[in-house]
Design a protein around this ligand. Structure first.
Ligand SMILES: Cc1cc2nc3c(=O)[nH]c(=O)nc-3n(C[C@H](O)[C@H](O)[C@H](O)COP(=O)(O)OP(=O)(O)OC[C@H]3O[C@@H](n4cnc5c(N)ncnc54)[C@H](O)[C@@H]3O)c2cc1C
Length: 318
């Protein structure tokens, strides 16, 4: 999924370059770095937390917007489990599709365009995604909207969609059945273990931890990321989004009384809109204000791109 100009249709208006978050960010984006307020958070609802990758904060925010009659946009697996795509939902029953981290680049497709009339209608809209996707939407819209809540995840980088397809094909070949469900961060053995759970059409469950699963290994060792992720333009304290959500990997050291192996979130609050919503959701969470810079020592992906391994090109050629 790389942008390409169709020369036969191009009228040289320059809009694509003006809207590109990488090419235009320095010129048109006057956001200044600002250290946000940080909170350590766990959703009180244990079931909700176990079905989320971290502390379940995304689901709390999504429920809040849906209850107001709004829509939520985020990343969902396709039915064949071979790709991920951004979709828009307007009811609680569909929320499960957006929950959980999918470790592959999500296809944005026409979602920015589809959201515009909904945002303009005045409905509450929550858009969630990687920081570069948030940047993309902001540049596409060209202005802020009070009824649009932007929720970004701290991002390690996104693996190649082609690799996910190959991985699922390989799993289907090995088990002789179609993969019907995938959970990249199943908490069966705990939050910190990184377990990949697959289910096939014969109802067989295939579970492997980071140590055994080649896909997770390639992801976390940085072999299969989109080339731009090694030099990501979206690593900063710029208040692009209203909220940033991540795993609070340092919780055991910084706030041991909060640690359990069921998932703890690090929540960064960048704007007043987010502060007001967080205030309203406090009775649904356990939370503690936390020093942002101390917390981010354990989440360096918020501010730095991951290192590119030397032999990554050989790997991608295979
Ligand atoms: C590719 C990727 C890399 C990440 N890397 C880190 C990291 O290095 N450090 C860290 O602290 N946290 C990282 N996270 C974030 C973390 O895994 C959780 O997603 C986040 O803490 C929210 O957890 P939750 O329990 O609140 O909600 P969950 O229900 O677990 O999260 C769901 C949210 O993630 C979004 N999402 C899921 N998959 C994708 C995708 N492929 N593309 C765009 N958005 C997606 C959904 O739209 C939804 O907003 C990463 C997430 C992804 C998707």
């Amino acid at each position: 999924m790389y942008p390409e100009i169709d020369k036969s249709k191009c009228v040289n208006c320059g809009l694509c370059k003006a809207k590109c978050p990488v090419l235009s960010s320095l010129k048109s984006d006057n956001l200044k770095d600002k250290i946000p307020n940080a909170f350590t958070v766990k959703a009180k609802d244990l079931d909700l937390r176990l079905n989320s990758s971290s502390g379940g904060v995304f689901a709390l925010l999504a429920n809040y917007i849906l209850k107001k009659g709004g829509v939520v946009c985020g990343a969902a697996m396709t039915m064949d489990c071979k790709s991920v795509k951004h979709i828009i939902i307007d009811n609680h029953e569909d929320l499960y599709k957006l929950r959980g981290s999918k470790y592959v680049q999500s296809n944005i497709d026409t979602v920015y365009k589809d959201l515009l009339p909904i945002i303009k209608s005045g409905k509450q809209v929550l858009f969630s995604g990687t920081p570069c996707q948030i940047d993309g939407l902001r540049h596409y819209l060209g202005k802020d909207y009070d009824n649009l809540l932007l929720v970004e995840v701290i991002c390690h980088g996104v693996p190649s969609p082609e690799l996910l397809k190959k991985y699922i094909n390989w799993q289907e070949y090995k088990s002789g059945a179609q993969i019907v469900k995938i959970d990249f961060r199943h908490k069966k053995c705990g939050w910190t273990v990184f377990g990949n759970r697959l289910e096939n059409s014969k109802r067989k469950v295939l579970y492997s931890t980071l140590r055994e699963d080649p896909y997770l290994l390639m992801f976390l060792r940085n072999y299969c990321l989109r080339p731009s992720c090694y030099n990501c333009h979206a690593k900063s304290f710029k208040p692009r989004a209203d909220f940033t959500l991540g795993d609070f990997w340092g919780v055991k050291e910084v706030l041991p009384e909060f640690y359990d192996d069921k998932g703890v979130s690090l929540v960064l609050i960048h704007k007043e809109k987010a502060r007001n919503i967080f205030e309203k959701l406090k009775n649904e969470m356990e939370y503690k204000e936390t020093d942002c810079l101390t917390a981010l020592k354990y989440n360096i992906c918020m501010l730095e791109s991951v290192k590119k391994p030397q032999n990554v090109i050989c790997f991608l050629k295979i």
